[in-house]
Design a binder for this molecule. Structure first.
Ligand code: SAM
Length: 214
């Protein structure tokens, strides 16, 4: 199958900057207490339902996969960028990391208890997002939990707004629009947190949405 351009461009860009990205986030989410709060809630819901496999989709260098592991989850990571995966494997040889794409995951139907997509839809062209939502639904078991985080914008009439990004063309998303797509794909929203940007972030709000696969 011919690979869409946006996947090739995104992979090439993250391969080139993987080492720098890993250094930037070497201290995990120490400075992001609200992000950690949503991760903690996600982990608590997965654990309360008996645990089970959780995938960090678009895991980058695996720093948040490691955090999920520290929260008692059976966490593994998937990323488009082989360089990111090499860094993740070197940092945490005890965890599973695989190269792959959220557009066509190499996971059997209904195998996950939890899935997280943290800032990994950022380079997805809006018309491709329904396909990714369908993949999230396919790989999660009924009752499974999804945590999705992304840079947001305030206009509910526009699903996505593009912005210049040093890696590749990027999109920020309407939280209502993303939730509507996920609802169509078979999810129910449980909670959302929209936080202000931190001092060294672009002046965009950040959305973290927790949903359950119905
Ligand atoms: C902004 S980084 C976020 C990394 C990490 N989740 C974090 O929270 O720091 C985006 C990551 O998503 C990955 N990515 C983008 N599109 C992807 C796709 N279709 N499938 C898998 N990974 C993807 C990129 O390679 C990159 O590592």
């Amino acid at each position: 199958m011919i690979e869409p351009d946006f996947l090739r461009t995104t992979r090439t860009a993250y391969d080139a900057m993987a080492a720098r990205y890993a250094e930037l986030f070497a201290d995990g989410l120490e400075d992001f207490p609200l992000d950690r709060a949503m991760l903690g809630a996600f982990a608590a819901f997965v654990r309360a339902d008996g645990g089970g496999p959780v995938a960090d989709l678009g895991c980058g260098p695996g720093h948040v996969t490691a955090l999920l592991d520290s929260l008692g989850l059976d966490a593994s990571g998937v990323d488009l960028s082989p360089e990111m995966i090499a860094i993740a494997r070197a940092a945490r040889p005890d965890l599973r990391f695989e190269v792959g794409s959220m557009t066509a995951l190499d996971l059997a139907d209904g195998t996950l208890s939890g899935a997280m997509a943290r800032y990994s839809i950022i380079h997805t062209p809006p018309e491709q997002l329904p396909r990714i939502c369908a993949e999230f639904h396919r790989v999660l078991a009924p009752g499974g939990h999804l945590l999705i985080a992304f840079q947001a914008h305030d206009d509910p009439s526009e699903l996505a707004e593009s912005f210049d990004h040093k890696v590749a063309l990027a999109y920020r998303w309407s939280p209502d629009g993303v939730v509507a797509l996920l609802t169509e794909a078979g999810f129910t929203e449980k909670a959302r947190l929209v936080r202000a940007p931190m001092a060294d972030e672009r002046p965009f709000p950040h959305a973290h949405v927790l949903l359950t696969r119905t």
